[in-house]
Ligand binder design. Structure first.
Ligand code: PGA
Length: 257
């Protein structure tokens, strides 16, 4: 099975509901989406209802994602959001394990596994982010770190849910304004490890899980990552926070394949 091209952005803790809705509306009006291509935007929770309201009815052409979810269906978890709440807003996808969640909010792999399974059980697509820190890389255990995150994060996932899973490989040292962009030579060996690791977990169908690269991607380097054998798309922050930047980075990545 040919793997789709998948591209999207996470707005992190930016934008009001009106700003996110305007972005989504302009993007939907401007962008062309070829077959076997999936685009997504991940606004903050507070923007989801506004984006949903201006989107055409589901299935959404541009997936609407959430930045996190709790694993419990409901209960005494002040400040948290459940899969049922996201489902009620027709959210398409949930991002789990972003480096900022792991670093600042101390999310662990076993907790992420609970979240992954709760989201899949509710029929949500999952974008599971994995990636090694600079320190782990300096000790030569980047691959081990990523494989551990993958194996624990996807532990116990049922084969029928595989089609809902996407992996974002984002080396922590490459993300954000202080990051050093990774080179394609850094990325391909780890992407290959993720591919073989997914096959080890799920057999041949595990090899169909799309793998996105993220971390300081922009129009100038997007095509160098999508040219790699095991990279199927891009997960972009800053460069895709304007509609024109989103489209330019997406097009550079798409044509680079
Ligand atoms: P960046 O962010 O593209 O701004 O480096 C990527 C991310 O945090 O996913």
């Amino acid at each position: 099975m040919a793997r789709p091209f998948v591209f999207g952005t996470n707005f992190k803790m930016n934008q009001t509901p009106a700003e996110s809705a305007a972005f989504y509306r302009q993007l939907a009006a401007k962008v062309e989406i070829p077959a076997e291509t999936h685009l997504f935007v991940i606004p903050p929770f507070t923007s989801l209802a506004a984006v949903e309201e201006i989107a055409s009815p589901p299935p959404h052409q541009i997936w609407i994602g959430a930045q996190n979810v709790h694993w419990a269906p409901d209960g005494a978890y002040t400040g948290e959001i459940s899969v049922g709440m996201l489902g009620a807003l027709d959210v398409d996808l949930v991002l789990l394990g972003h480096a900022e969640r792991r670093r600042y909010f101390h999310e662990t792999d076993p907790e992420l596994n609970l979240k992954v399974r709760a989201a899949l059980g509710a029929g949500l697509r999952v974008l599971l982010a994995v990636g090694e820190t600079a320190e782990e890389r300096s000790f030569g255990v980047g691959g081990e770190t990523v494989l551990r995150q993958l194996r624990i994060g996807l532990h116990g996932v049922q084969p029928e849910h595989l089609r809902l899973i996407h992996i974002a490989y984002e080396p922590v040292w490459s993300i954000g304004a202080g990051g050093t962009p990774a080179s394609p030579e850094d990325v391909e060996p780890i992407a290959k490890l993720i591919r073989t690791g997914s096959r080890d977990l799920f057999g041949e169908p595990g090899g169909d899980i799309p793998i996105l690269y993220g971390g300081s991607v922009d129009p100038s380097n997007a095509g160098t990552f999508t040219a790699l054998a095991n990279i199927d798309g891009l997960f972009v922050g800053r460069a895709a926070w304007t509609v024109d930047g989103f489209i330019a980075t997406y097009q550079a990545g798409y044509t680079g394949r």
